[in-house]
Design a protein around this ligand. Structure first.
Ligand code: FES
Length: 150
């Protein structure tokens, strides 16, 4: 075990954990940020996507010790009141079906819009290809990203 300081959603937080613990489990089990989900645990599905210095990363395979002072943002920290343009577009277009993968989808989409405010269909498909949705909401996800980009 070791005391590790993290910068999560703009706050400095300390956790006492095995340094090899994946960031996902520190967020969920130690910081109670349960919006980030476990899907595959192998960096294959995107359910666990968070931002590390603004980039979408898979938190299920990233040891917490490697995060250091880099800024982590989870779905809970994406906006003050759940009113990020993507969250509004998601609601307007009823994107979610079961909802399980959607926090990860939104975090990947938010990273995309930060680096590319007007993405094409192809840009969206490329950026979102690592986020799998078993309900097949990908068409609505693409529409919602375009809506948020307006
Ligand atoms: Fe991390 Fe699937 S749980 S990519």
């Amino acid at each position: 075990m070791a005391i590790i300081n993290l910068n999560v959603n703009g706050k400095t937080l300390s956790v006492d954990v095995d340094p090899s613990t994946p960031l996902l489990w520190v967020l969920r089990d130690h910081l109670n940020l349960v919006g980030t989900k476990f899907g595959c645990g192998m960096a294959q599905c995107g359910a666990c996507t968070v931002h590390l210095n603004g980039n979408a990363i898979r938190s299920c395979t990233l040891p917490v010790s490697s995060v250091k002072t880099n800024a982590i943002v989870t779905i809970e920290g994406l906006s003050e009141k759940g009113d990020h343009p993507l969250q509004q577009a998601w609601e307007e277009l009823d994107v979610s079906q079961c909802g399980y993968c959607q926090a990860g989808q939104i975090m990947s989409a938010a990273a995309l819009l930060k680096r590319n405010p007007k993405p094409t269909d192809q840009d969206i498909d490329n950026a979102m290809s690592g986020n799998i949705c078993r309900c097949g909401t990908h068409v609505r996800i693409r529409k919602a990203i375009h809506l948020a980009a307006k």
